[in-house]
Write a new protein. Structure first.
Length: 76
């Protein structure tokens, strides 16, 4: 029998937002200042220095953030 996959990983809630922004590092800085957000793990930068992926904790919730790219345009 195949192993069951958890649809919601441990430590996550039913909805986990993923923000794609033109200046993701500014979004992270805002979240840290306004909400006391902390990194869930070390953020990953792209070769051009822009943020490829970051997972932050705000209270008991997680928010993921990345810089826009050709394949993933910024949300407006």
């Amino acid at each position: 029998m195949a192993a069951k996959v958890k649809p919601i990983p441990d430590g996550y809630h039913t909805v986990t937002p993923y923000l794609v922004a033109d200046d993701a590092k500014a979004v992270v800085a805002f979240m840290q200042q306004a909400f006391g957000a902390t990194f869930d793990h070390e953020p990953v930068d792209r070769p051009d220095g822009k943020l490829m992926h970051a997972a932050l904790r705000v209270g008991t919730s997680r928010v993921m953030v990345a810089n826009a790219s050709d394949r993933a345009p910024a949300m407006k």
